[in-house]
Design a protein around this ligand. Sequence first.
Ligand SMILES: Nc1ncnc2c1ncn2[C@@H]1O[C@H](COP(=O)(O)OP(=O)(O)OP(=O)(O)O)[C@@H](O)[C@H]1O
Ligand SMILES: [Mg+2]
Length: 275
Amino acid sequence: MQQPRAVTGTATAPDAQASGAVPLVRANGVTLQYKTPDHLVTATYRVSFDIFPAERYVILGPSGCGKSTILKAIAGFLKPVEGSFTLKGKPVTGPGPDRLMVFQEFDQLLPWKTVLGNVMFPMLENGVSRADAERRAREALAKVNLADFVDVYPHMLSGGMKQRCAIARAMAMKPDVLMMDEPYAALDALTRRKMQDELLQLWNDIRFTLVFVTHSIEEAVILGSRILVLSPHPGQVRAELNSPGFAYDARSGAAFQELVQKISQMLFGDRGGSH
Ligand SMILES: Nc1ncnc2c1ncn2[C@@H]1O[C@H](COP(=O)(O)OP(=O)(O)OP(=O)(O)O)[C@@H](O)[C@H]1O
Ligand SMILES: [Mg+2]
C-alpha cells in the first residue's frame, strides 16, 4: 500500500471564527422532522453548527440520530420546521449544484461512459457547452491524478480510482461543499482504510470543503478536522471537537486513542464501545 503523506491541515474554524468570516454552511437551531401518515418523527432537535471553507467537517453519531437527514437538509431536499440553514450567508431554499453529494460506493459512475464522459456528463446536463465541459473535466481529472485514465471505463478502475473519479465529477461542477454519507460503511477494514487515506490525500492536494457523515468514531478522528458529536435520536449537539489530523503511523498512538476514548465517553458514557 502506498504510504500516505501526513495530513497537515487542521481545523481552520478557530481562525475563521476569530476573523468573523461568514461560514460556508451555517445550521442555526435546526429541528428536522418527518411526517408520516400516523407519526411525526423528530430527526434532529435544535442543532447548530458552522462549517468554514476547506474544513473536513465530520458529523458523527449513532444510527438514527439524524445524520443523513442533516445532509438532505443541507442539500435542500428537506426544510427545517424550526431554525434555518444558510449557505454563504444566504438561506438554503432548495437543491443546487453548489452542494453536491458523492454517493455511497461510487457506483453512480455510468459503466458505458469513459472516465472523461462520466465527469463531463453532469455539466452537459446542466447546460455547460461541450468544449467547456471537456476542459473542466480534464482539469478536474488532472487534479485527482487521473489524467492518464480519461479514456478508460469505470470497471477498469480500482475502488480508490473510482472514488477519485466520482470526486472529480463533483469538483468539475465547482460546488461550494462536497458531502459524503457513510461512503465506506460496506467496505472491509483494509479497503476502508485505503479509501480514507486516498480521501485525505486528495483533500491535501485540492483543499475542498468536505462534510462527511459516519457513525464510526475512529473514522471521524481519522478524517475530520472538526467533529460534530450528536446524541442518539433525536440528534442534538453533544460537542464539537477539533481533530489535529493523524498521520497513518500516529493512529496507534496515545493521542489518537485518547481522542477516540473521549468521544466514546461522550456517546456511550460508562458503557464504552466504539460504535
Ligand atoms: N423518509 C423518512 N420518513 C420517516 N422517518 C424517517 C425517514 N428517514 C429517516 N427517518 C427517521 O428519522 C430519524 C433519523 O434518520 P437518519 O436516516 O437521518 O439517521 P442516521 O443518523 O443517518 O442513521 P444511520 O447511521 O443509520 O444512517 C430516524 O428515526 C429515522 O427512522
Ligand atoms: Mg444515515
